[in-house]
Design a binder for this molecule. Sequence first.
Ligand code: NAD
Ligand code: UFG
Length: 338
Amino acid sequence: MKICVTGGMGYIGSHTCVELIKTGHTPVIIDNLVNSNKEVLNRIQKITGVKPAFYEFDVRDEAKLDACFASEKFDAVIHFAGLKAVGESVEKPKLYFDNNVGSSKTLIKVMKKYQVKNIIFSSSATVYGTPKHVPLLETDPIGQATNPYGQTKIEIEKLLMAEAKQDPSMNIVLLRYFNPVGAHQSGLMGEDPWGTPNNLMPYITQTAVGRRKELTIFGKDYPTKDGTGVRDYIHVVDLALGHVAALKAIKEKWGLKIYNLGTGKGTSVLELVTTFARVNNVKVNYQFGPRRAGDVAENYADVKLAKKELGWSALYTIEDMCKDAYHWQKLNPNGYAQ
Ligand code: NAD
Ligand code: UFG
């Protein structure tokens, strides 16, 4: 299938493009490079032998999006494009709403015009808000967002749900990611955040290669196995394969579907840090600090539905995630910027 991949130059989008090419699909990337680097195209080509078509523009630019849809004739869309920094979203809620919700509205409008009926959307476990229980099920209610970024994901899910109701010929898959980490096994692609990382794994890898002095573990008094926060980390390649599985299923036409993409296993911050140090034989300096505002103690997915209906489940272990993340960071200490 020919797939429009918005945000395909980013962390998850680039890994998904590789898996799409490997399974015979043709990704066409639309990205304004607000949080990515053009070098990604060369890396995709090195891994797969194929350089995907790339359109550099903002998805909110309706005229450019229309022209792209007119010439490409897409079978489906995977919509990754969005801003994702929780802290920044608190400072700039309007920017997050305009960019994330605005781009989704424009995309839906143009999809309708060109009769493109299939869309997979990058949602997040953040839509559950503060979990009342774990593991989280797809049937659990959408919660209260703890930040503007989370609110944009809720708004976009609602937009797509309304679309599905209004037009039963649409096939919409909402994929709720848990905590994507790791990198491509080749070491050619990985996570490359701008500035100081907000997320745990890139902070660990940058500390391990000496770019950061030490990691601060946010809180050691949570009601968890060792007092540190527990999350469901999933290898980015497993996540990419989840999109390929959803695409296969979408062809069968089913209206709206929602799936958690995680491993179903909770890992604490301390467990991740000690596993990383052990499998990579490297020291990761850390200290304990206070809890981070808005963090929950424990968050992991029930993943049975994706296994049952998509035939997909995560294969890579925490050890694999730690090894691949470090491999990427060692080969690219400054990310894609050389
Ligand atoms: P990323 O920042 O690496 O990739 C997003 C890409 O979208 C970037 O290349 C960016 O340049 C592009 N982009 C942003 N706004 C755009 C716009 N208006 N027009 C065109 N391009 C635009 O992020 P990622 O980690 O790959 O995340 C991909 C998607 O998955 C996002 O929607 C994110 O919210 C969602 N998600 C990510 C995580 C995570 O922890 N990484 C967790 C849950 C959900
Ligand atoms: N943590 C630290 N030190 C750090 C960074 C994080 O101790 O320097 C801890 C956090 O307190 C948390 C765990 O590591 O316990 C994971 O934190 P991340 O920031 O890596 O991930 P979150 O679970 O907070 O957030 C992620 C995504 C969000 C998404 C959310 C729910 O980054 O976009 O999962 O899906 F909304």
